[in-house]
Design a binder for this molecule. Structure first.
Ligand code: ADP
Length: 488
């Protein structure tokens, strides 16, 4: 059953139930009202009869005769009953109640005069006598009441009378509520149907499909989160596509080169030893580049699957950092660049020295690679100062109470190169992202990058609980900064 049908049926059921409860309550209220009206009519008429009866009982008129006279007086308003205060009927003309006992209940309604009694007596099912009584003196030392009685209209007779009106009113209400339910169900079901269609579209591969998100209600919020999810799926799919395209492209270039040079050796184009050696050298370089690419891809894939073992050893950067930078010295000398290291005393950190070396050498390598000839590369390392315990006794006391704030180590690698265009900055740490200059420089330089270095660096730094950022000014150079938490 569709959601819409279920909503309509629920509405109709609730309206039907409400109508039924309303009808029953109305019938009961009506019956009570009718009884009140009938009782007050009988009550009004019984007062003069009681006066007359009192006079007759004082003159010792027997109950039977008194009854006949009183009935004449009452006319057709009701039948007269003479009853003792214990409820024993002394005389009754119409209902054959003589010598039987009936109940007398005081009327307690505030607006009714005191001294009135009422009661009902069931003659047979569906035939109930309703009476109002009032004290009328004594007969033979016994308190007696004069009651005026009438047959009460049966409940179902009343219901029968108003039944049709109720059915008509109920029918109209049901019809109107059905229309409202239809509109409401449509307005609730339609956005859900749209969302379902959108989900199916995404499943079919239409990742750009979105739904109109209106309002801040549950459905509006669902539509917004659906759109966010769809955007994420779309971007993940795009990244996947880009990744495959990039890997194929990065593999194709060196492979074409290898194939070409190998062909030259085979068909004798590279005849002399020198040409053959040059061809073999290029083949070697390209194969090395492919191996680097495969290695980088493997590292990233392991990061993604959480399979890359990351040591958690104490690392003393005071000793290691200068050593890592020195490894790049030869390259700096070759390009005539100056490589300077400015180190503050650094606290120990916990991490993987081998992986951290990879980050630092990658940053220094890039700085040298994208620098201008004869430029400068500066590696600076600092640690954020912890609160000094000697500053004041209050601070010292607070240090004991609060855990000390985390201490950070900042390593920055600054160059004096061309700088990075602002539009490239947000994408620099994406896989395979390479600036225009880098793409051009790759083919002309042996040992060109893969565009994965910064992506790997970011993964390593993040795994150490740190962050990597970049600032750059066109024409003045770039600074890459790594922040790592010191050992607590
Ligand atoms: P690559 O192997 O191309 O160097 P990376 O991931 O290390 O790959 O760097 C990505 C891109 O970031 C580079 O292609 C280059 O465009 C840019 N880049 C990185 N470092 C620098 C730098 N110091 N100066 C200018 N551009 C840089």
């Amino acid at each position: 059953m569709s959601l819409r049908t279920r909503l309509i049926l629920t509405h109709v059921f609730i309206i039907f139930l409400t109508l039924a409860i309303l009808a029953v309550s109305l019938a009961i209220i009506l019956r009570d009202y009718q009884r009140q009206v009938q009782l007050s009519r009988l009550g009004d008429a019984v007062v003069p009869l009681a006066f007359q009866a009192r006079a007759m009982f004082l003159n010792d008129v027997p109950p039977r005769e008194a009854l006949t006279r009183l009935q004449q007086q009452a006319g057709n308003i009701g039948s007269v009953i003479i009853v003792t205060d214990k409820g024993l009927v002394l005389a009754d003309a119409a209902y054959g109640l003589t010598n039987r006992t009936i109940t007398l209940t005081p009327i307690v309604r505030t607006e009714a005069p005191r001294g009135f009694f009422w009661g009902t007596h069931t003659l047979r099912p569906g035939r109930v006598v309703l009476y109002a009584a009032i004290a009328a003196g004594q007969i033979g030392g016994q308190n007696v009441y004069v009651a005026l009685a009438n047959v009460e209209r049966p409940f179902f007779e009343t219901l029968d009378e108003i039944g049709w009106s109720l059915v008509v009113a109920g029918g109209i209400t049901l019809l109107v509520s059905l229309l409202v339910a239809l509109v409401l169900a449509r307005s609730i079901a339609r956005p859900i149907t749209r969302l379902t269609q959108a989900t199916e579209a995404i499943a079919r591969g239409q990742y750009d499909h979105r739904v109109a998100a209106r309002g801040r209600d549950e459905i509006g919020r669902l539509a917004t989160s659906f759109n966010t999810m769809a955007a994420q799926v779309q971007s993940a799919r795009q990244m996947e596509k880009d990744f495959v395209a990039n890997v194929s492209h990065e593999l194709k270039t060196p492979l074409t080169s290898i194939q070409g040079f190998a062909q030259a050796i085979l068909d004798g184009t590279a005849q002399d030893l020198d040409s053959a050696r040059r061809a073999a050298h290029t083949i070697f370089e390209e194969a090395a580049r492919m191996a680097r690419l495969a290695g980088d891809l493997l590292t990233l894939a392991r990061f993604e699957s959480g399979q890359l073992p990351m040591a958690r050893d104490p690392v003393d950067l005071n000793e290691l950092l200068p050593r890592w930078v020195e490894r790049c010295r030869a390259r700096a000398n070759a390009t005539g660049e100056t490589l300077t290291t400015v180190l503050d005393p650094l606290p120990e950190i916990i991490g993987d020295a081998g992986r951290l070396e990879q980050v630092v050498t990658n940053l220094v390598d890039n700085a040298l690679k994208y620098n201008r000839p004869g430029g400068a590369v500066t590696v600076t390392a600092k640690s954020s100062a912890r609160l000094s315990a000697t500053k004041s006794s209050i601070l010292a006391w607070r240090r004991v109470v609060d855990p000390p704030p985390p201490q950070w180590i900042t390593i920055s690698v600054a160059d004096t190169g061309e700088g990075i265009p602002p539009e490239d900055l947000p994408r620099l740490f994406e896989r395979f992202y390479r600036g225009d200059k880098a793409r051009v420089s790759f083919d002309s330089r042996s040992g060109g990058g893969t565009g994965l270095g910064l992506a790997i660096a970011k993964e390593i730094v993040t795994a150490h609980g740190g962050a990597i950022t970049v600032e750059s000014e066109l024409g003045r150079g770039s600074t890459f900064t790594v922040r790592l938490p010191a050992r607590a």
